[in-house]
Design a protein around this ligand. Structure first.
Ligand code: GAR
Length: 210
């Protein structure tokens, strides 16, 4: 089975969804490591309970952002993962440090990319008056939230929505989206070639919809 390492900074509900998908038999993969920049990340607790090795590397212990990123990816590489999944990992990663992983690292981002790269995506979608919001899973490249988009889930914005209601309705859709994409990767159906994403042997012309 595919060997997956997960990077997470926060509560870890997306990682929990991946574990649940594995336990239901929908995702055939081995989780070899959960790594975090935050000692109290919920994902670490979940991993420990599930018997998955964890790694915490604190950025404060490194003088330079770059040094941290290289150290982190060195340590992750020692677990010999095939694929890295950023599931709420809230750091910008140095382009040189991530280079060896291009095509083998995906991220979930709470917007319909290319809209709203970076932070506060729900707030920005509301402010723009968007009638539709959503989340994207993309391959990670040196361009922040700018790598090729694999799949998206859509969410209608409702009258009276605020950041919190929007985030709360989007989250379960994110869980399905990320689980589905990771399952496709684990099944060998997705890859990143020189000309873009390949899905079931064909160039992917627009993001998959979930
Ligand atoms: C998710 O909403 C994810 O899309 C977002 O962080 C949340 C993590 O939740 N990711 C980003 O904003 C990446 N820049 P979780 O810890 O419960 O999975």
């Amino acid at each position: 089975p595919l060997r997956i390492a997960v990077l997470a900074s926060g509560r870890g509900s997306n990682f929990a969804a991946l574990l649940a998908a594995r336990d239901r038999g929908e995702l055939i993969a081995d989780f070899v490591l959960v790594a975090s920049d935050k000692p109290h990340a919920g994902a670490l607790q979940l991993a420990q309970t599930a018997g998955i090795p964890t790694l915490v590397l604190d950025p404060h212990d490194y003088a330079e952002r770059r040094d941290y990123d290289f150290a982190l990816f060195d340590r992750i590489a020692a677990s010999k993962p095939d694929v890295l999944v950023l599931a709420g990992f809230m750091r910008i990663i140095d382009g040189d440090a991530l280079k060896p992983w291009v095509g083998r690292m995906i991220n979930i981002h709470p917007s319909l990319l290319p809209k709203y790269r970076g932070l506060h995506t729900h707030r920005r979608a509301l402010k723009a008056g968007d009638s539709e919001h959503g989340a994207s899973v993309h391959y990670v490249t040196a361009e922040l939230d700018g790598g090729p988009v694999i799949a998206q889930t859509l969410l209608p914005v409702e009258a009276g929505d605020d950041e919190n209601t929007l985030a709360a309705r989007l989250l379960p859709l994110e869980h399905q989206l990320l689980s589905a994409v990771v399952a496709l990767i684990a099944a060998g159906r997705l890859s990143l070639g020189a000309d873009g994403i390949v899905f079931d042997g064909q160039p992917l012309r627009k993001p998959l919809r979930w």
